[in-house]
Write a protein that binds this ligand. Structure first.
Ligand code: HEM
Ligand code: HEM
Length: 125
């Protein structure tokens, strides 16, 4: 794996490990108050990043482009800010709500960038 594919796969593994550690903590403590953080870390983090990684691996011309790197950084920064700020928001730090909201729009922007990058594959595959 190279370029954006490699970066997304490393990010996916980091989400998987952090999300499962949180899941085990939730199960062991019987405190499920951080469940949305676990759910989004696993699905919006691990699963989506792995899908992006495999897409860019399957289409190396797109994966090696500058736009794929732009997509990676927008999706990675907003996604990590999203789950970390949501963690502290659910722990009672309500001042973080605007940060979580902004990160959500960043995450959507990342997904729109991916849709844009993926268009050529739809035409040629
Ligand atoms: C070490 C492995 C894992 C543990 C210990 C774990 C633990 C948990 C716990 C305790 C809950 C809360 C259940 C509730 O309050 O109803 C939960 C929910 C959830 N988990 Fe995990 N989990 C693990 C792995 C995963 C994986 C691999 C995924 C997805 C790829 C995942 C996705 C979810 C989702 C989407 C929810 C929310 C379900 C709902 O909306 O009711 N989890 N998990
Ligand atoms: C713009 C980013 C997103 C925002 C603002 C958002 C917001 C939300 C909200 C408000 C809930 C309800 C939480 C609750 O009732 O406690 C939720 C649940 C859920 N979302 Fe998202 N979501 C986003 C992206 C995603 C993505 C990309 C996925 C999967 C690929 C996803 C998967 C889920 C799942 C599995 C649940 C049910 C588990 C739970 O209740 O925490 N979300 N989301």
């Amino acid at each position: 794996m190279k370029g954006a594919a490699r970066l997304f796969f490393m990010l996916a593994l980091a989400y998987a490990i952090c999300g499962m550690v949180l899941g085990i903590y939730m199960a062991a403590s019987h405190d499920h108050s951080e469940m949305p953080v676990h759910a989004h870390t696993m699905v919006a983090g691990w699963v989506m990043s792995a899908i992006f990684a495999y897409f860019y691996h399957l289409f190396p011309a797109i994966g090696g482009s500058r736009m794929a790197l732009v997509h990676f950084w927008v999706q990675a920064v907003s996604g990590v800010v999203l789950v970390v700020s949501l963690f502290f928001l659910l722990a009672g730090n309500e001042a973080l709500e605007p940060v979580t909201a902004l990160a959500s729009f960043g995450f959507l922007a990342g997904t729109l960038l991916f849709a844009w990058n993926a268009m050529p594959a739809l035409k040629t595959a």
